[in-house]
Design a protein around this ligand. Structure first.
Ligand code: ME8
Length: 649
């Protein structure tokens, strides 16, 4: 029987103590891209995420709010699920540690290891703050040696507790790490863990009697199972550990436990030892990813620097956020999150490179071939494009197989750039003018459609919605459940004779508000010194930034008449102008409201750049720009006494 290869990937289960931020979304997005890639590559994938709901902290917060712990976590977990849905996360299950199915697994694991003699009852000694009902370590105490929360004295107390014989497994674990180079990744974390284990492992306290929001210890129910023993067991629950031997054999051991760097220790030391005590094979890899930081600082509620992923998704869409997270940050390292960097990526890579490639290709197929893609003649440019496409797909697969997600995304986008260059190399608009070159033109347009088909597969794991939209516009099957990664490494699958659809914008350009820009310019103008310096620098740069006549000729300037003008609501500086170009009318948004009232400019003939790329400003599509002279705070439109439609050269 030709059984599908299986692949099991997990994210950590998240604490429902606070709202999830973009850092949590980062981890789940990485896992989702890997899962989607593996499905495309023919694997039967099980992708698990969930919530880690027990513990004293949750119990206390619920008490403070006057609700039961489960009522409290139910609301928060509903929020998690909503976020994952909005972010297009394709998890196959969502495990909650408060579920009965999980309780069953934890109690059974506890029972088995206890019977084996690797769990024993002992005494947990610690520094206890009675009012806060919390244990602290010496390192956690405040500068006066008191409770770091309420700053009252702590006392050393002992409590009956169960312990897991972690120490027993240290040597076996070291041997396993030594023999399995890829078990802990990246290498820096691996070395850290080896050093940690070599310093000696202490047995682990795995029960508490001071609260009851947890899973009762079998046979001794005043104890609840404590934190990591409960949480880590989640990975076994949904893949049939106790109830589906076939499924369990298929998915265990896990291929990747993807976790943040601070919890690599629990996954690569405690978890393997628990598994060894259960006589189960160890996971193939624990991958510790870096943190998403804001201006160098880890995001946290107390620092007030958390970024809400839902707001970002509302503003920019899930695919843009996914793209940014996966492209901008190297998996094992920390990466900076900034709104400016996000907007730059959207504008440069998504709206410009990818959006334009699709738009230009479909427009030309529409214009030159009535929307039909046919087989044409190939030439050296086409052959080189084809070679590059297949090389890119191969490289991309290798990088994805090695979990080098950022590199893989860069490879896909390098090929997008390559295909844009192919348009410039072949100049289809010139071929279209020549009756004798129709076949060559058809070949160029075919190659572009074919490149976009391959691109749609490469970007699918990262931007699933966009990949689907591209295929819908190309009018080829868009259900990725039926598409295989192998199709990216084959040239010529685009159906010959197929009709494409009209292009629709994939990503609107995000305008860094024109008014913001105007404000900055005004500020700079006020600062005379700065302006003078700027002038000096400009002068020094003048020769370096000289442009040729050809370059200047790319700017199309024309005399246009302002037919109507009105203020853009809720802005101070923007006017919406309707202008007559002679052969058409257009709308543009201009940052001149501080200098002109609508009445001042209606009827004026002004100079406009007419081939500026259209952009949306405050929801209005602005198709051009009127020219103005400015010095300091003064500004005047360039107005001429020439007929509408005159060229300015
Ligand atoms: O640790 N950047 O849960 P958790 C990147 N319940 N990743 C981040 C991040 C950031 N700024 N902030 C948090 C737990 N994370 C346990 C796990 S697993 C059996 C139990 C990541 O909600 C963090 O590194 O505190 C971790 O991997 C995950 O979010 C969950 O964190």
């Amino acid at each position: 029987m030709n059984e599908k290869k299986s692949f099991y990937i997990t994210t950590p289960i998240y604490y429902p103590s606070a709202k999830l931020h973009i850092g949590h979304a980062y981890c789940t997005t990485i896992a989702d891209a890997i899962a989607r890639y593996k499905r495309l590559d023919g694997f039967d994938v099980f992708f698990l995420t969930g919530s880690d709901e027990h513990g004293q902290k949750i119990q206390r917060t619920a008490e403070e709010k006057g609700v039961t712990p489960i009522e409290y976590v139910d609301g928060i977990v509903a929020g998690f699920k909503n976020l994952w849905e909005r972010l297009n996360i394709s998890n196959d299950d969502f495990i909650r540690t408060s579920e009965k199915r999980h309780e069953k697994v934890v109690r059974e694991i506890f029972r088995r290891i206890y019977e084996k003699g690797d769990i024993y009852k002992g005494e947990y000694k610690g520094l206890y703050c009675t009012p806060c009902e919390s244990y602290w370590t010496n390192l956690q105490l405040d500068e006066n040696g008191c409770c770091p929360d309420c700053h009252r004295p702590v006392e050393e107390v002992a409590e009956e507790a169960y312990f897991f014989r972690l120490s027993k497994y240290a040597d076996r674990l070291l041997k396993y790490i030594d023999e399995n180079e890829d078990f802990i990744y990246p290498v820096s974390r691996r070395n850290e863990m080896i050093n940690f284990i070599k310093q000696g492992l202490e047995d682990l306290c795995i029960s508490r009697t001071s609260f009851d929001w947890g899973i009762p210890v079998p046979g001794d129910e005043k104890h609840v199972v404590y934190v990591w023993f409960d949480a880590l067991s989640n990975y076994l629950t949904p893949i049939g550990f106790l109830d589906d031997a076939e499924k369990f054999a298929k998915f265990w051991p896990a291929d990747i436990h993807l976790v943040g760097k601070e919890i690599v220790r629990f996954h690569s030391i405690i978890w393997p030892c628990i598994l060894m005590a259960l006589d189960l094979p160890l996971p193939k890899q624990v991958y510790g990813h870096g943190w998403l930081v804001v201006k160098g600082d880890k995001m946290s509620k107390s620092k007030g620097n958390v970024v809400d992923p839902l707001l970002l998704i509302d503003e920019f869409g899930a695919d843009a956020i996914r793209y940014f997270l996966l492209r901008e940050i190297n998996l094992g390292q920390d990466g900076n999150f900034s709104r400016d960097a996000l907007i730059s990526r959207i504008n440069a890579d998504l709206a410009n490179d990818l959006g334009n490639l699709l738009h230009r290709t479909l427009s030309m197929i529409g214009k030159f071939q009535k929307g039909t893609v046919t087989e044409g003649a190939n030439n050296a440019f086409g052959e080189s494009l084809q070679k590059d496409a297949l090389a890119a797909a191969k490289k991309y697969r290798k990088e994805m197989d090695n979990t080098e997600l950022s590199d893989a995304v860069k490879t896909a986008f390098a090929f997008i750039g390559r295909a844009n260059k192919y348009i410039d190399e072949t100049a289809p608009w010139a071929l279209a003018k020549d009756e004798g070159k129709k076949d060559e033109l058809a070949g160029v347009l075919y190659n572009l459609a074919e490149s976009l088909r391959i691109i749609s597969i490469m970007i699918f794991p990262v931007m699933p919605d966009t990949a689907k939209k591209i295929r819908e516009q190309l009018n080829i099957p868009a259900d990725f459940a039926d598409i295989s990664m192998d199709e990216a490494e084959q040239w010529g699958l685009f159906p010959k004779g197929g009709m494409v659809n009209k292009p629709e914008q994939l990503f609107p350009r995000i305008e860094v508000e024109a008014e913001e820009h105007a404000e900055k310019t005004a500020k700079a103008a006020k600062n005379n010194k700065a302006e003078k310096k700027h002038e000096q620098v400009a002068k020094a740069n003048e020769s370096a930034s000289q442009i040729s006549m050809e370059e200047f000729a790319k700017i199309h300037l024309r005399v246009v008449k302002v037919l109507a003008a009105e203020a853009v609501p809720n802005t101070e500086k923007l006017l919406k102008l309707t202008v007559d170009l002679g052969d058409e009318k257009r709308e543009i948004v201009s940052g001149i409201a501080k200098h002109y009232t609508p009445g001042d400019i209606v009827g004026k003939n002004v100079v406009m750049v007419i081939n500026l790329k259209p952009t949306k400003i405050r929801g209005i599509l602005s198709q051009g720009m009127v020219l103005a002279a400015s010095k300091g705070e003064d500004l005047e439109l360039i107005s001429v006494d020439m007929p509408v439609g005159s060229k300015v050269k």
